[in-house]
Design a protein around this ligand. Sequence first.
Ligand SMILES: NC(=O)c1ccc[n+]([C@@H]2O[C@H](COP(=O)([O-])OP(=O)(O)OC[C@H]3O[C@@H](n4cnc5c(N)ncnc54)[C@H](O)[C@@H]3O)[C@@H](O)[C@H]2O)c1
Length: 394
Amino acid sequence: MSANREPGSELRLAVVGAGARSAIARHALGSGAARIVAVVDPGSNARLRAAEAFECDSAFESHGELIAASASGLDVDAAFVTSPDDTHAEIAVALLHAGIAVYLEKPLAIEVADADAILAAAAESGTRLYVGHNMRHMAVVRTMRDIILRGEIGQVKAIWCRHFVGNGGDYYFKDWHADRSRANGLLLQKGAHDIDVIHWLAGGTSELVTGLGGLTLYGGIEDRRDNSDRTMPEWFSLDSWPPLSQTELNPVIDVEDLSMITMRLDNGVLASYQQCHYTPDYWRNYTVIGTAGRLENFGDGDGAVVRVWNRRTLYAEHGDAEYPVRGDEGGHDDADRLTVAEFLAFVRDGIATTTSAVAARNAVATAVAATESIRAGGAPHPVRPVDPSIAARL
Ligand SMILES: NC(=O)c1ccc[n+]([C@@H]2O[C@H](COP(=O)([O-])OP(=O)(O)OC[C@H]3O[C@@H](n4cnc5c(N)ncnc54)[C@H](O)[C@@H]3O)[C@@H](O)[C@H]2O)c1
């Protein structure tokens, strides 16, 4: 549904889930494009802090209250949904049916049925759904994709991604992320980004997966604390090293901290993804091998490079071409800015988008199947395909 705003007038936005990630909404502000008119969070501290930060008068405890207020006069075009993963489906489905366009953070949902319910709600309601797969706007990913599209490595045959989640202890083992009932698993919670990127670079979607993994380090740390009275930046410290010296972990930890999966895509590309939550460094390393060469990134932020090898050689450190990566200063802030700009244009004008709700659903389905494979001792698991009639309507 279009926002039906006059060209040049401000979009009116809500923020649902006022924790660490709600900061992305600040990219919608400035230049008169949009303003935040309401925040929603069941936690009173988060709610009040966000209402003050976004300078808005309306603050609600639940998305139901927001929808009721919108039905009785509060003008809301769209909402950023930045609440925990297990709440995405209920909130997104309700907002879409209420005609409020949605920016939904990844992962779309923690179960495939819930992801499908979100797509169905968008298709049935006609309300615009955008999924925050901001990595598609990261300069390193765009650089790799451009190299592939220019044909510099031929036809893609294999993609290997090693994900060093150096901040894993602080980011994922001190709150709800560590709890299967809230996140399903970190292969989904964190890996949904890279599975989506692998699909995008390969031009295909996983149909079969296998995985091995486990809770190999953090489960042995006995120092635990319920951290629900504070949010992640408050406990983040690069001094928390080595990983076994971590303290105040979440009371429940039953997700894997080490996962290694393989994927067969529907176009024949084979891929692998490895994720470890206790490396000293924090970045992703992709290798893409084609019929006429290969590429690899070194670093994934501003100042990184992507190297291409497409002449036969022995070891050649710098390859045959090197492309600088520019733009992702300060982590993925630049990608966030581009992602939000695209979302606003999508809400306002229904533009074609770089991110895709159907692809986001396929990333969930792949990660869920791979997590099931890990928990079944590595047995191959088929990935449940999307309903083609729903996909065609989005
Ligand atoms: N795209 C990215 O790069 C990126 C980065 C970080 C987080 N995320 C995603 O953002 C989401 C939020 O993550 P976070 O790190 O901010 O978590 P968080 O725990 O810091 O914040 C979540 C907030 O949501 C609130 N909340 C809980 N239940 C709610 C409900 N039913 N309705 C409204 N609010 C509710 C909590 O009280 C909390 O304030 C997750 O889905 C995560 O995957 C995406």
